[in-house]
Design a protein around this ligand. Structure first.
Ligand code: NAP
Ligand code: GDD
Length: 341
């Protein structure tokens, strides 16, 4: 039976990947911070093949003990300070976790002599492309990171490539474009919007405040992206792959569709910080811009090209942009109604 270790098991992707690997017969081990407040681990599938270990990516000794004990066939490194806006407030912590944390895992694999035994997946990001000069972005597009988060992930990306080339570790980077789900935290714009649309439609909230409405992102569903992670480690050779939906949509467009799913038609009026989303039926202002959500430097256009992953891994996305929004809003309305009752 194959053993996998997932760091960041309590996060959005951790939960979907756990389900996938359990369904494939893996023994799944998860690294969890003792201080984790995430509820995701409580809603993990009941399985005698699922084991949780306390540990931190900032602490080599917990990594060493956990990896030595499990001797995993595969490690999926999903743990991170994953919030781009927060990385401007905590740049040093973000670097320690998102950059040096990855080095700590790779060094552990090397020091324990597991180079030939343990395959490694790194959750890399389209944020590496940042201030893009060409679209769509693929594996050959130059990197131009625009935040402390993206710069930490740049180190993580290259140290993964380096340990593959220097020590022959089966190590892969998944250059993941934005992926969301019903488990996404509200600190990210999609879930903030779907929860707000749901609350507003049920009379539980008056207004939604957003930052940059013009950012264009390439959004998919976490279930599809975690499948790509698994496929990368089953490939014959280790490599790096872009995983994306191949479509780009603005934050404004996401909000319009989410409100429509909640039964509200928005029309947009005004420009810049004065732009507003107005309910066409009632004339009420439901969405406003608050500059406190602007970032010191922004990534304005993301559009991925996953043809390499489709060709080599046989990967394809199943959940469309509209289906993603439909699932998130439906989930949020149903769970709020349940709470209310
Ligand atoms: P997420 O929901 O924010 O999950 C992050 C995970 O990291 C949580 O389980 C968190 O645990 C854990 N973690 C945080 N600090 C840790 C530490 N010091 N030691 C150990 N674990 C720690 O993120 P996600 O959306 O699932 O993303 C998974 C990975 O993919 C991340 O590395 C992210 O940067 C990358 N990525 C995501 C996207 C996307 O659109 N979702 C796109 C590109 C790349 P707690 O419960 O303790 O907080
Ligand atoms: N969070 C947030 N909150 N973002 C907002 C808001 C708001 O109120 N209003 C507008 N935005 C814009 C942000 O400025 C950004 O351009 C876009 O919405 C998406 O922001 P997030 O949802 O926070 O995601 P992200 O793209 O910065 O980061 C996510 O995707 C990356 C891959 O592109 C995270 O999952 C990262 O971990 C991941 O690497």
């Amino acid at each position: 039976m194959k053993k996998a270790l997932i760091t960041g098991i309590t996060g959005q992707d951790g939960k979907y990947l756990t389900r996938l690997l359990l369904s494939k017969g893996y023994e799944v081990h998860g690294l969890k911070r003792r201080t984790s407040t995430s509820v995701n681990v409580d809603s993990m599938p009941e399985s005698e093949k699922l084991f949780i270990h306390n540990g931190e990516l900032t602490d080599s000794s917990s990594l060493m003990q956990t990896i030595q004990k499990i001797q995993p066939d595969e490690i999926y490194n999903l743990a991170a300070q994953s919030n781009v806006a927060m990385s401007f407030e905590m740049p040093e912590y973000t670097a320690d976790l998102d950059a040096v944390g990855v080095l700590r895992i790779l060094e552990t694999i090397r020091i324990l002599g597991l180079e030939k035994h343990t395959k490694f997946f790194q959750a890399s990001t389209c944020e590496l492309f940042g201030n893009v000069k060409t679209s769509p972005q693929n594996e050959s597009t130059p990197f131009y990171p625009r935040s402390p988060y993206a710069i930490a992930k740049l180190y993580a990306h290259w140290i993964t490539v380096n340990y593959r080339e220097a020590y022959n570790i089966f190590a892969c980077n998944g250059i993941l474009f934005n992926h969301e789900s019903e488990l996404r935290s509200e600190s990210f714009v999609t879930r903030k919007i779907t929860m707000s649309a749901a609350r507003i439609s049920l009379g539980l909230q008056d207004k939604l405040f957003l930052g940059n409405l013009n950012a264009n992102k390439d959004w998919g569903h976490s279930e599809d992206y975690t499948e790509a992670m698994y496929l990368m480690l089953q490939n014959d050779t280790p490599d790096d792959f872009v995983i994306s939906s191949g479509e780009t949509h603005s934050v404004r467009e996401f909000a319009s569709l989410a409100f429509r799913e909640a039964g509200i038609n928005l029309e947009w009026s005004g420009e810049g910080i004065n732009e507003k989303g107005i309910d066409t039926d009632t004339g009420r202002i439901l969405v406003e811009v608050d500059p406190k959500f602007f970032r010191p430097s922004e990534v304005n256009l993301m559009l991925g090209d996953s043809s390499k992953a489709e060709r080599i891994l046989g990967w394809k996305r199943h959940v469309t942009f509209r289906e993603l929004i439909r699932r998130m809003v439906k989930h949020d309305i149903e769970s709020l109604k349940e709470e209310k009752n």
